[in-house]
Design a protein around this ligand. Sequence first.
Ligand SMILES: Nc1ncnc2c1ncn2[C@@H]1O[C@H](COP(=O)(O)OP(=O)(O)OP(=O)(O)O)[C@@H](O)[C@H]1O
Ligand SMILES: [Mg+2]
Length: 230
Amino acid sequence: MEYDRHGVVTKAREYRRLVALVYGQTGSGKTVLARALLMERVKALGPAAVGVIVDTLQEHVDVPAIAPETFENFLGLDSRRGPRIVRVLLDTDDDFEQFSTDLENSYTAPTDGRKRRGPVVLMIDEVSYWSSPNKSTIGLSRLIRYGRHWQVDLIGVARRPAETSRELSSQSTALYIVGGIVEPRDLAYMRQILPPAAMTISESIGRFHYLKYSTDGTYTLLPPVKILGH
Ligand SMILES: Nc1ncnc2c1ncn2[C@@H]1O[C@H](COP(=O)(O)OP(=O)(O)OP(=O)(O)O)[C@@H](O)[C@H]1O
Ligand SMILES: [Mg+2]
């Protein structure tokens, strides 16, 4: 079978997907932490991996931007030049849907070798822009549900755990809480997820420190990440 010959099926099966959520109040250091996680994951996935930041609020000005219409071509380029990070400026739900289609097509194009690509690690800063607890924009929803088959990891960043897409949180393999949670409904929500001891820690996390909770039940309190480039 053509797919097997290219190893696509095998790769998809072996792929252990990362779905991470970074929570914290305004200014707690979520964006900084998520960028560090993105870099770490892209490096770990090897030279073919690409990190993509969905930068709706145009915060990540130090990262090269690519226009959504050239994204599919970008992914199809020879990716053996080392880890790369780019950002896309998605504005509308239609943009997001097109973007998710590009991610699918660039991975599954059956015989055209130039189009096949390595893993993509997608960081969605301010993920609530694209979702509420019960509804995600179509593009995001497709990525949550099927991204694993297209080797797309997700790192979502949100201020409020209780207001984050449940579709996304239900798939998450790791939660990061930066700088503590104080809002009563968010605390109540997190109490249902975290073991009591982790919850106690999460109530008194120092500035820029963070709790990493993996859905296998393990948790660790970690010191501030070093700001990249400093
Ligand atoms: N690990 C860190 N060490 C030192 N400074 C940090 C660290 N993390 C964040 N900061 C600083 O704190 C400020 C806020 O960080 P950041 O933008 O990551 O917060 P945020 O949670 O994403 O905020 P917002 O909710 O407004 O998006 C920035 O000026 C950043 O440089
Ligand atoms: Mg931020």
